[in-house]
Design a protein around this ligand. Sequence first.
Ligand SMILES: [Zn+2]
Ligand SMILES: [Zn+2]
Length: 401
Amino acid sequence: MELKVRFSGGVVVEYGDQGVVLDPTRSNHSYPAFVTHAHADHAYAFKNPERTKYATHETLRLLGAMGWRHLENLEPVKAGGKVSFGDMEIRVHNSGHVLGSVMYEVQTPGGSVLYTGDLCTESTYTMDPAPPVECDILVVETTFGAPMFSFPKREEVAVEIYNWAVNTVLGGVIPVFKTDSIGNAQEIISILNQYTNLPAVTAKSATPVTEVYRELGYGLDSVDARSAEGQDLLESGKCAIVAPKGSKLAAGNTEEALASGWAILMGKKRAAFPLSDHADYRGLMGYVRRCKPKRVLTFHGGSMTKDFYKHVRSSLGIPAAPLTSRVETIAGPQMSNESRIKACSSQIVRTVKIPGFVYQPSWLIREMGRQGFTPGETENSIEYLMERGVLRGAENGVCLG
Ligand SMILES: [Zn+2]
Ligand SMILES: [Zn+2]
């Protein structure tokens, strides 16, 4: 039995007749579904109330705060815990990304797979970093997996954030941080709380999400824009607004700034802060190295980061490829029967060099076995080569045609 990984409406990990699907993106899987965190592109499994979902309690609470309904059938997991199905054990680790975000390590007798979901490899103002987990196959996200994505030190970004906020208020304008409601919003509130006396006013979904963080133990100080206190603060102009990226605000005299890893791509013309809850290129490369995988499969990147796997190969010397629908094993992509026969056949042709010499099938089976081919594959390949006139039958064996 072999450990297999592929992308098929989610990251599918199989061993024998056991399987799991990680962050599924469609609902017709028969395998148990595991969700890494509450961002919508990972939490699709929660669209189906009937389905059993393995996820953290925090993820469920955050989805509720984002307005997701019918969040039934949760099997709660938590970092440090594990779940077993037959020969498969799924171990849960913190991914450092947002509240309740986890990675899944699938352990089998045939080896292990670590699926990172979204990860952050350094301490942030709200999260501990993702720990490296030694594994055979690492399926790693590559949102910022290109050398151009090099984030400045977090402390430096924090200084820029609160300086801009304070100076904007001093200029008589309310600063607005446009950012992801889950993760970055709470980190900005934490930075403002820690370094300024400026009250943070949350708008739209940033309010209920921050409320969940608070209820689950985060000492974040913020006020909802629609509350009486929030209205007073907006009128006074002495506050900073934290709002979701796409939202429209009714508040009057404001100036907006983006807070996101993507800010690295923006010029200096507008205020933008490269505050990210993802690892940057160096963080990802360091993380891959420390997990000591035998094979790396990349996913969740865009056109700018499609070459991350090439960097893994050239800089770390680890075999790597993008995760696709192709079946992957620790040793490499699993070939179809037909391509196995072709590969075995060309190996035989490279081995059978002496014209007229009779090669015994048992010897060829042994030689091809060393190259990873089964006796059946070698027999079929001999057949294939004889059909094509490359080999011909001789007494006690075959020789070059
Ligand atoms: Zn995410
Ligand atoms: Zn993501």
